[in-house]
Design a protein around this ligand. Structure first.
Ligand code: NCD
Length: 327
C-alpha cells in the first residue's frame, strides 16, 4: 500500500498547479499529472474515514452535464463533489432543455448565469469539452468527448496503478480490445507518452487502423495476446462498444473471444495486473472468472476514481480562487 499523504502537505504542491481545465491528457505536463496523482492519493484517506466529507468546496456549484449514458463516471464525480461539500447539479440529456432544442452554448450560458463554478461534460462530439471551456468562465472537466479523450479515467487508472505498485516508475501497459472507438485508450496513449511508459495495443488490425497508428506512432500494435504480454506489467481490457457498431470490425463474438478474450490463466501465468474501465461485457472481452480474480484491480479503479476526482475538483477550485483573488 502506498504512503497516504496528509491533506495539510498538499499546499505547496497545489500552488504549482496552474491548469484551469482538465480537457485532455495531451494538455497536461508530467508535473501536472504527478500533482494530480499525489492529490488524489491524499484524498484516499478521507474516503476511509467514517465521515467522508471535507469542506474544501463548500459554496461551490459543480454541474454534471451528461449528454451520453453513464453510471460510474457520473456517480463518481457526484460522490467526489459531495464529499468536498460542493452543491451538485446533475443534468442528463433526457431531462434537459436540449430535448426542446436548446444549444450547447445556451445551456452553458444558462449554467453560468446560475452561478456554476465547474462543469463536468460528457458528449458524443469530439471537442465538446474544449467548446464549453471557450465559452464558460469557470473550469471544465472532460468526462469523455466522442472517441477523443477521457482524461479522468486515465488518471484514475494511474492512481489505481500507484496504489497497487506503490510508485509511478516506468511500466509496460497493454490495452486489449476496441481501441478504435475508445477515448480511454487515447487518453492512455498520451499518458504513457508523458510518463515515459511503454504502451502497446492488442486487437484485430481493424481496431487499430493505419491512420490511428500514424497519429500515435509510439503505440506498438500486436495481434497476438501472448506476444503482447511478454514483458507487460498491466493488461487493460476495453469494452467492445456495440452501440458504436464495433461488431462490424470482427467476424463474430466467438471469433473475438477465441483470440482476444482475457482468461484467468494468462493473468496468473504472466503475473499481470488486470484493469478495465467498465462497464464489462462478461464473456466477450473478459472471461467471467477474471473480473474479480486476484489479478484484477477493477474495483480499486472505482475507489481510486472518487479520490482522484476529489483531487481534481480540489485543485481546480484552488486555481479558480486564485483567479478571483487577483481580479
Ligand atoms: C468508458 C467510456 O464511457 O468512455 N467508460 C467509463 O467512462 N467508465 C468506456 C466504455 O464505455 O466502454
Amino acid at each position: 500500500m502506498v504512503e497516504k499523504l496528509p491533506l495539510e502537505s498538499l499546499d505547496r504542491e497545489e500552488l504549482k498547479f496552474s491548469q484551469k481545465h482538465i480537457l485532455g491528457i495531451r494538455y497536461l505536463s508530467k508535473n501536472d499529472i504527478e500533482i494530480i496523482i499525489r492529490t488524489g492519493a491524499a484524498f484516499l484517506s478521507v474516503l476511509e474515514r467514517r465521515i467522508k466529507t471535507t469542506p474544501a468546496l463548500k459554496g461551490r456549484i459543480v454541474v454534471n452535464l451528461f449528454y451520453e449514458p453513464s453510471t460510474r463516471t457520473r456517480t463518481s464525480f457526484e460522490t467526489a463533489a459531495k464529499a468536498l461539500s460542493a452543491s451538485v447539479i446533475n443534468i442528463s440529456i433526457e431531462s434537459s432543455s436540449v430535448q426542446k432544442g436548446e444549444s450547447l452554448l445556451d445551456t452553458i450560458k444558462t449554467l453560468e448565469a446560475l452561478g456554476a463554478d465547474i462543469i463536468i461534460i460528457r458528449h458524443s462530439s469530439p471537442g465538446a469539452a474544449n467548446f464549453v471551456a471557450e465559452h464558460f468562465s469557470g473550469s471544465v472537466i472532460n468526462a469523455g468527448d466522442g472517441a477523443t479523450e477521457h482524461p479522468t479515467q486515465a488518471l484514475l487508472d494511474l492512481l489505481a496503478i500507484y496504489m497497487k505498485f506503490g510508485n509511478l516508475n516506468p511500466k509496460k501497459i497493454v490495452i486489449v480490445g476496441d481501441v478504435l472507438n475508445s477515448r480511454v485508450a487515447r487518453s492512455h496513449f498520451w499518458l504513457s507518452l508523458k510518463m515515459g511508459w511503454e504502451i502497446g495495443v492488442v486487437c484485430p488490425p481493424t481496431f487499430f487502423p493505419p491512420e490511428m497508428s500514424a497519429a500515435f506512432p509510439w503505440v506498438r500494435h500486436y495481434t497476438d495476446l501472448e506476444e503482447a504480454t511478454e514483458d507487460a506489467d498491466i493488461l487493460m481490457a476495453l469494452r467492445i462498444q456495440k452501440e458504436r457498431k464495433s461488431g462490424l470490425y470482427y467476424p463474430s463474438d466467438l471469433e473475438y473471444s477465441t483470440f482476444w478474450q482475457i482468461r484467468k490463466n494468462l493473468l496468473s501465468r504472466k503475473k499481470l495486473v488486470l484493469m478495465h474501465p467498465g462497464p464489462v461485457n462478461r464473456g466477450v472481452e473478459l472471461c467471467s472468472e477474471a473480473v474479480y480474480s486476484e489479478s484484477s484491480i477493477i474495483l480499486d479503479q472505482v475507489k481510486a476514481g472518487v479520490a482522484l476526482r476529489m483531487g481534481i475538483l480540489y485543485l481546480l477550485s484552488g486555481v479558480l480562487s486564485r483567479g478571483s483573488d487577483s481580479s
